[in-house]
Design a protein around this ligand. Structure first.
Ligand SMILES: Cc1cc2nc3c(=O)[nH]c(=O)nc-3n(C[C@H](O)[C@H](O)[C@H](O)COP(=O)(O)O)c2cc1C
Length: 396
């Protein structure tokens, strides 16, 4: 997503400069082109050579340095950038940007800017809460600067509170978010995730190996692409993506109840969750004791077929089902496609290495009424984007 995006990083003189070294490295790994400007005080913390080596570009520290070409450097840098990110942003530089001062390379480039600017403040809690800093940040936000939040914790000075630089991976996420095309704006998506648990007694249940990784990846990617996301999550221990409507459930019947409640008003229903086909017919109020009997028989009764039931109520919704198969992948998926009236099926062979439950990767075939396309092994995050691209086409 960041391939060939031109990102200009402004580094100012705070203790958190070392974390931005990691940010630059992450951006390069994502394929971004990175240039770095450091204030004179920033160079007290980390040498320009570090940023130069990682960004594979000259680091700008001095407005009046004679560079190899004849460009007016502060203007050409401002023109070059697709996005300017100031991290860490000191109280001093934040104040200068708001006041429109141009006394070093960074602040001068910012006066000549043509691209959006993201500011990641980092400072002592008292400096951050100072009326002047707060006023400057408020003014900058009103002027369209993207102000990232700070983290809370123990600061380098030993005080505890807000003001820590947002973690590099979170800054990277904000940058990716900035460049993400919002092609699902206004779309209401229900995503199911995880594996249901069907209780036997107060201690035991019948479950399955689904971790929820695929459903969580789809939820997060859809939210970033602008969708309103309802995540019906069965027993997953994953971190809930920010900004989604999180609906935790345990059993298949609960999943059905929540999906049913949301279905008529949604535009898209995506169901990577693994609900149980059967549940124990009787729930034992007390824990079943081993000594009671030599053999134990648990009678099972059928659970509702959620996809089938919902597809009978289908109007314009795009419906995506998942099929975890151990044999005859395409054949079984095609049967499911017909019987359940879904738009397409994401099928994976759970017997393949690095595919299926609880892995970060999957190997799938996407089957619709016209085609069956095989996808080589990829991360569930990348697969989420592929599935959403296909959903966007179906919505068109
Ligand atoms: C060890 C040390 C750590 C500092 N950390 C910060 C900081 O995290 N945030 C901040 O706003 N200022 C911090 N300062 C103060 C700035 O370096 C100082 O205000 C400087 O003028 C900022 O210049 P610049 O904005 O041009 O980089 C620190 C100073 C020192 C000596």
């Amino acid at each position: 997503m960041l391939r060939n995006k031109r990102i200009l990083i402004g580094v100012t003189g705070g203790i958190a400069v070392y974390k931005v070294v990691d940010l630059v490295s992450r951006l390069k790994k994502q394929g971004a082109e990175v240039k770095v400007i450091m204030t004179e005080h920033a160079t007290e913390f980390v040498a320009p050579l570090t940023f130069q080596t990682l960004s594979k570009n000259v680091v700008y520290t001095d407005m009046f340095a004679t560079l190899s070409n004849m460009d007016v450097e502060h203007i050409s840098l401002a023109k070059w950038a697709d996005l300017i990110v100031i991290a860490p942003a000191t109280a001093n530089t934040i104040a200068k940007i708001d006041l429109g001062l141009a006394d070093n390379m960074l602040t001068t480039v910012l006066l000549a800017k043509r691209s959006p600017v993201m500011i990641a403040p980092a400072m002592n809690t008292y400096m951050l809460n100072h009326k002047a800093t707060q006023n400057h940040l408020k003014n900058l936000a009103e002027d369209g600067f993207i102000i990232l939040p700070t983290d809370e914790g123990v600061l380098a000075c030993g005080d505890a509170g807000s003001g820590k630089l947002l973690a590099p991976e979170k800054i990277l996420e904000a940058i990716q978010d900035h460049f993400t095309v919002k092609d699902l704006e206004g779309v209401d998506i229900v995503v199911t995730a995880g594996g249901t648990r069907e209780p036997i007694d107060p201690v035991r249940y019948i479950g399955n190996r689904s971790s929820g990784k695929m459903g969580y990846a789809i939820s997060e990617a859809a939210r970033k692409r602008g969708a309103t996301v309802h995540l019906i999550s069965a027993n997953s221990s994953l971190e809930v993506p920010s900004g989604v409507d999180y609906i935790p459930i345990e059993t298949t019947e609960e999943l059905y109840k929540e999906a049913s409640r949301l279905f008529d008003t949604c535009d898209v229903y995506v169901s990577p969750a693994a609900p149980a086909d059967y549940r124990p017919k009787v729930f034992h109020d007390q824990k079943i004791k081993h000594k009671d009997q030599e053999n134990l028989t648990i009678e099972l009764t059928s659970n509702p077929d959620i996809i089938k039931a919902l597809s009978e109520r289908k109007k314009d919704q795009v419906m995506v089902a998942f099929a975890a198969e151990s044999e005859k992948l395409v054949e079984h998926a095609k049967e499911k496609l017909k019987s359940k009236h879904v738009d397409f099926i994401v099928a994976n062979n759970i017997k393949k290495k690095d595919a299926g439950f609880a892995t970060d990767t999957n190997i799938v075939t996407i089957i619709d009424k016209d085609s069956a396309v095989d996808y080589a092994k990829q991360t569930k995050k990348d697969l989420a984007e592929i599935i959403l691209n296909k959903i966007v086409k179906c919505l068109e």
